[in-house]
Structure formats: C-alpha cells, structure tokens
Write a new protein. Sequence first.
Length: 210
Amino acid sequence: MIGLLDLQGGVVEHLDHLDRLGIAARRVKKAADLDGLSGLIIPGGESTCLGRLLRITGLDRTIVARHHAGLKLWGTCAGAILLAQRVVGGEPCLALLDVAIQRNAFGSQMDSFNTLAMVPAVASTPIPLTYIRAPKISDLGAGVRSLLAVDDYHAAVEDDVILATVFHPELTPSLAFHRYFAHKCGILTADGDEAGWHPEDWTRYAPLPH
Ligand SMILES: NC(=O)CC[C@H](N)C(=O)O
C-alpha cells in the first residue's frame, strides 16, 4: 500500500492516479496511518506550510524513522523541497535526500508551464510535465542519480529509496511516474488507462460544491 501525506496540497489527484494503476492507497494524517505502508508520497503544495504542519504533528520525526526502517518516499514539488538536505536560502525539513534545491526557481505562479520530455528510465514515450511555481534541484550528492536533467537543473532525481520530481505528474494523464514509484516500492501495477483520463476525475475524492 502507498500513503499520501494529507496535511495540505494536492492529495486527491495522486489518489486518482494510484487508483488507475490498481494500487491500494491511504491518506496519512497521523503516525498510525503510516503502519504497513511500502511507500509515502509527499505532494505538492506549500513547503513552508507543509513543513510547519509536519513539525506541529510530530510526523516529521515519524516519517524519518519509518524511512530508516524501509519506507520509500516520493516528493513532488513542495514534497521534493521537504526531502532535500540543502534548501537555498532556507532551512531543510526532513533532510533525507542529498541534493540542493531552490524554491520558486522559475518565478511566480504566473510563470507556471507545461512541457514534454523523454525520461528513458521511466517510460519509452515522452512524458507531459506540469511545473507550478517549481523548484530547481542541483548539486546531487553521491548516490543520487539524475532521471531528467534540463538546462542548469535536474527535474527528476532518485537514490535507492527516494524519488523527487519538481513537476506534477498527477496533474497530467501520464501514469508513468506513479508506476515507476510503485515498482520502486516493490508493488505490482495494473496497465492503467491514460487515454480515459479527464482533468476533473479527482473530484470523486473531493466533490465540488454545486
Ligand atoms: N507546486 C508546488 O508544490 C509549489 C511549491 C512552492 N513554490 C513551495 O516553495 O513550496
């Protein structure tokens, strides 16, 4: 089973992607929710807010302890910021992944964009990438591999137990990164229906008021 840290940020879109791949998932709001998980996704959102909530709930120490006991981690955007050991001009939070990261490195919310890239380790066809006030990853430590290098930064990196992406695969039809993370966690996946994806599919987890 894979958990979704559910304190703030883009949770339900990840749940929808995991469901498409036939992966059992659980929202994580407290320490007991981590029991029995193979992996935990730390979603995008606002890293300062998420970091504060992690400290207030004490989940920061629990996640670090569970990670050392085998829990795999994937951070998307703000989640990647929380995982980094070095935050340019700021303080690290979980400090588990040996990289530097610079917040808001592409500018303001208005500078958010979509693009497309080949990520050979993850899929054999180009993957759509959605950047929302994204960070840039640099200065990879020993043991950290780049999955996608662009210009002066890394957009996706991993070590043996952590995956970090500066973009949001959960906001695109692509299931490739969710499949990749599941396999990293030792979880088998169904084929998954990418063609049938609709941008509002996640609303079944959080219905919009009429
Ligand atoms: N899409 C996101 O997760 C944005 C991250 C946000 N800019 C931060 O620094 O926390």
